[in-house]
Design a protein around this ligand. Structure first.
Ligand code: MF3
Ligand code: CO
Length: 256
């Protein structure tokens, strides 16, 4: 069942969404040569504390890993797709890209967003990877509307990524969000006719999160049980927003 939120509930999700946005803006500014992914973790946790928010990821049990996640951020560098763990020894250097993914719970409602930041100058191909992934998300946001269908959103990401010669990660997907971090429906970045294709209705909230590889789509998880990486070592980008379906079209809760 897909839970629909009332306008008052959407206002609560808006507060969570804006806090996540503020945190990500700060972390983006901090992401320069010499910063460690642990520096980002510390700054994010402090901002959550100061705002009286709970981290959404820290303590979150993920069945595939068989344990709870231990950090407030996922920081996935270069060929890491998602679920990279902050580490004081991971120093960002010129030419890297880092996906920063975080979520909070405020007043019972979740917000969840991610962006990928280039460190200094990156290659032309990497700039294009980031641009195409972000464009795919923007195009998909435009399809989050009452009367539309889930596959409109999924298919839009898929088409834009494929048209630009990149590949879509299939093992990880977006999701509904509300009083739970992960609610129905799953929001894959591709259309699979075997899945259901529900009609989108006012009050639904989707976390859309394209994960795009420069090379082949195949992923694997490292021995740490969390870090998902590309099998071919190619770079991977990730952007995410939470979008509410409203009578006035898509409302991106995780940016002003
Ligand atoms: N950002 C991921 C998502 O959007 C959740 C991270 S899983 C956790 O679904 F273990 F890190 F919490
Ligand atoms: Co998410």
């Amino acid at each position: 069942m897909i839970v629909r939120k009332t306008p008052a509930e959407l206002e609560k999700m808006r507060r969570s969404g804006l806090l996540v946005w503020q945190i990500l803006q700060k972390l983006k500014d901090m992401s320069v040569e010499g910063t460690t992914t642990w520096d980002l973790e510390v700054a994010a946790e402090k901002m959550m504390d100061d705002a009286g928010a709970r981290p959404a990821f820290k303590g979150y049990y993920v069945p595939a890993a068989g344990e709870a996640y231990r950090f407030v951020l996922c920081t996935s560098v270069n060929s890491e797709i998602v679920h990279g763990m902050p580490n004081p020894r991971r120093v960002l250097k010129k030419g890297d890209i880092v996906s920063i993914d975080t979520g909070v719970k405020l007043d019972g409602y979740y917000g969840d967003s991610a962006l990928t930041v280039p460190i200094g100058e990156v290659s032309e191909q990497t700039r294009k990877l980031l641009a195409v992934t972000q464009e795919a998300l923007e195009l998909a946001i435009g399809r989050v509307r009452a009367g539309g269908r889930l596959f409109d959103v999924c298919g839009t990401v898929e088409e834009h990524v494929k048209a630009n010669g990149f590949s879509i990660v299939r093992e990880y997907v977006g999701h509904g969000i509300g009083t739970q971090l992960h609610e129905e429906p799953q929001v894959p970045n591709y259309v699979d006719r075997k899945n259901e294709n529900p009609r989108l209705k006012e009050g639904m909230v989707l976390a859309v999160e394209p994960m795009v590889n420069a090379g082949k789509p195949d992923a694997m998880v490292l021995k740490d049980k969390w870090t998902a990486v590309t099998r071919d070592g190619s770079y991977s980008a990730h952007f995410e927003h939470c979008i509410a379906v409203t009578g006035n079209g898509p409302w991106v809760l995780t940016r002003p």
